[in-house]
Design a binder for this molecule. Structure first.
Ligand code: FE2
Ligand code: FE2
Length: 148
C-alpha cells in the first residue's frame, strides 16, 4: 500500500523544504568563508534563514508533526517529540546569529565569531533534519513493508 496522497504531498513538501534549507546554509557558509559579500548582506541571509526556519518548523508542527507517518509507525512518537522539542532552541540560536549581524563590533572579529557560531548552528540543524528525514523514511518503509 502506498501512503495516502495528502501524506505524500506533505512529505514531498517537507523534503523540498529541507533541501532549500540546506542550500541556504551552504550559501551562508560560502559567504562567511570567502568574505565576498558585505556584513549587511550576510545579515540579510541570516535573516532569511531565521524566517525560513520559523515557517519550516510551523509546517512541521501544524502539519501534526509527522502525524500521518506516526499513524503508520507509533513506535516513532517519542523520537518525533524529541525532535519537535528542539525547534524553539534553534529559533533562538538563529535570532542570535541575526543579532550578531545587526551590530558588528569589529570586522575581523565579527567574521571569525559569526562563522564559528554559524558552523556550530549548521551542524546542529543538519543533524536535526537528517533525523527527521530518517524518521519519515522509517515510518513509510515500515508501512510499505507491513503491506507486502
Ligand atoms: Fe524540525
Ligand atoms: Fe525539518
Amino acid at each position: 500500500m502506498q501512503p495516502d496522497s495528502a501524506a505524500s504531498a506533505w512529505h514531498a513538501h517537507l523534503v523540498d523544504d529541507h533541501k532549500a534549507l540546506r542550500d541556504l546554509l551552504t550559501q551562508i557558509e560560502d559567504a562567511l568563508h570567502t568574505r565576498s559579500v558585505s556584513i549587511g548582506e550576510v545579515g540579510a541571509l541570516l535573516g532569511e534563514l531565521g524566517d525560513r526556519l520559523v515557517k519550516h518548523f510551523t509546517l512541521e508542527e501544524e502539519g501534526g508533526y509527522f502525524v500521518e507517518a506516526l499513524q503508520h509507525a507509533p513506535r516513532l512518537v517519542a523520537q518525533a517529540n524529541r525532535l519537535l522539542a528542539q525547534h524553539p532552541k534553534m529559533c533562538t540560536q538563529a535570532d542570535q546569529l541575526v543579532n550578531l549581524a545587526a551590530a558588528p563590533a569589529s570586522t575581523d572579529t565579527w567574521w571569525a565569531e559569526t562563522r564559528e557560531r554559524f558552523l556550530a548552528f549548521k551542524e546542529e540543524l543538519l543533524r536535526h533534519e537528517r533525523e527527521e528525514d530518517g524518521l519519515l523514511q522509517d515510518a513509510y518503509h515500515q508501512d510499505l513493508g507491513s503491506h507486502d
